[in-house]
Design a protein around this ligand. Sequence first.
Ligand code: PLP
Length: 250
Amino acid sequence: MAPGSPQATDRQPQPAPREIATNLNRVRAEIAAAAAHAGRPADAVSLVAVSKMHPVSAIREALAAGQRGFGENRVQEAEGKWPVIKADGPDVVLHLIGPLQRNKVRRAVRLFDVIETVDRAELAAAIASIGREEGRIPGIFIQVNTGLEPQKAGIPPKGTDALVRLCRDELGLPVRGLMCIPPVDEEPSLHFALLREIARRNGLAELSMGMTSDFTAAIRFGATSVRIGTAIFGSRPRVSGAESEAGDDH
Ligand SMILES: *Cc1c(COP(=O)(O)O)cnc(C)c1O
């Protein structure tokens, strides 16, 4: 399905460099078309290229093709890849899109520009206090478990308003918006519509929703950023993050 994925006979896990640039251009065109179709300007939707499980070499190809927003789902993996890239000075914006454990908050705050997976008061409080200590507070998205899946991270929709208030009004965190990962076996549009409604009633402007399989629908429902991995970098060597929520490093 994913245009960048290797053929069955091809043992190489990575697409060729040119292919990453080609994939990026195609994804950008698809985003612009979906936005136009929804009557939204093309620049209303930003692209977070999800580079989890892919090597620094692949990331550099995306950078060479002009990509600046990236997503990783594990703190430890990101620490192994991004400091060397950042040392070269590109103005990247790095998003944490996987579950965050309390004991990795300091490392996450140091490395990431945006944390999309805030889903509980304890975690929010830790980000606020450690962020102050570090003099660096990332942008925040609240992750909502719109499908009420027991194995998935995210706050249930019912608890979201209270968590937004806590983060924004009591902790002073820069809450930019909401993020969700719809259940794999359900029509995603219902989840996108629900996330949009929760954001609307909380006065939040940004919606991080939509992945390789469903980003055009997400854009139709108001996504302001889409998180796309497979369509850019090809298939990953093993299941991670979005599918399993096995999540953070052990
Ligand atoms: C892996 C991941 C993505 C990207 O998924 P693709 O299907 O490869 O585009 C998006 N969001 C989250 C939270 C992820 O973990």
